[in-house]
Design a protein around this ligand. Structure first.
Ligand code: GLU
Length: 277
């Protein structure tokens, strides 16, 4: 009897907690409000070398991680008070909408479709869709060789996968995985012929497997990386834009790209201009 009573109270408390935080167990506070409390939860990729990578020792590295830490500091939060959360391509809008992350820095292209659900600071980097193949491959040389029913891997919910469905659906067999690292495994084992996503992501994977993989062709789309925030949170978006401007102006942006991609023979491009829409 007594035990049942306790259970009922516990269940009631849980119901209140769920209502208070909205669906998905996230928070209703804005990124700015969380930063004022001294902590932030930031969505990143965990499997993209040079961009967002969870290392074996549990630390995080990459250009997106450096951007996230810089923005966090400008919002008043020390790097050690940032909790990183894995944000696979197909889950990013939902993670933001449910308040499970304060913002997302995860090779996240700004698109009109995504803007219906979330807002974006930035862009903080501009790249384009390209192709990664095994080093011994000679028949895939760029977008013009996407024909002959080749097996092409990309990721669910990503703009490159959508572009293939829109423009090359009849020419290639698209296989959609949850993450790019799974595509890299499939490419190495020979179960797909190529992997397509943003050039900078592919360069990170190619650098991780020297001699085994190569990026081919010129980028054939424009992908502007933004920092995703809750729709309508103009205060946080403005502060994020200020932080990106500062990161570019004080040289940290260039230094972060050189640190993460310098060894790949990559030259740092001109920085983008933040779009204060
Ligand atoms: N930038 C593209 C996108 O936002 C591809 C990279 C990714 O999936 O994270 O969909």
């Amino acid at each position: 009897m007594r035990f049942n009573h306790v259970l009922r109270i516990a269940a009631g408390a849980l119901a209140v907690a769920v209502v208070a935080t909205g669906c998905g167990g996230g928070s209703d506070k804005t990124a700015t409000e969380h930063a004022k409390d001294g902590k932030l939860t930031v969505g990143i990729k965990y499997d993209q070398p040079g961009l967002g990578l969870r290392n074996k020792d549990g630390s995080f590295s990459g250009f997106d991680v450096d951007v996230a830490k810089y923005v966090g500091e400008k919002l008043g939060v020390k790097p050690e008070n940032i909790t990183f959360k894995e944000s696979p391509s197909a889950q990013r809008e939902t993670l933001i909408e449910n308040g499970q992350v304060d913002f997302i820095v995860a090779t996240y292209s700004i698109t009109d479709k995504r803007k219906e659900k979330v807002d974006f600071g930035g862009p903080y980097y501009v790249t384009g869709q390209s192709l990664l193949v095994r080093s011994d491959n000679t028949d895939i040389t760029g977008a013009e060789s996407l024909n002959g029913n080749k097996k092409l891997c990309s990721v669910k919910g990503s703009t490159p996968a959508q572009n293939i469905k829109d423009k090359y659906a009849k020419d290639v067999q698209l296989q959609e995985y949850d993450t790019y690292s799974l595509c890299v495994e499939a490419l190495k084992s020979g179960s797909v012929d190529a992997l397509t996503t943003d050039d900078i992501i592919l360069r990170g994977f190619a650098a991780q497997s020297p001699g085994a993989l190569k990026v081919v062709g010129a980028p054939f789309t424009t992908e502007k990386y933004g920092i995703g925030v809750k729709k309508g949170d103009t205060e946080s978006r403005g502060k994020i834009n200020d932080a990106i401007d500062a990161m570019i102006a004080d040289g940290s942006w260039k230094a972060a790209l050189e640190k993460n991609f310098g060894s790949t023979g990559f030259t740092v491009p001109a920085p983008p201009t933040v779009d204060r829409y």
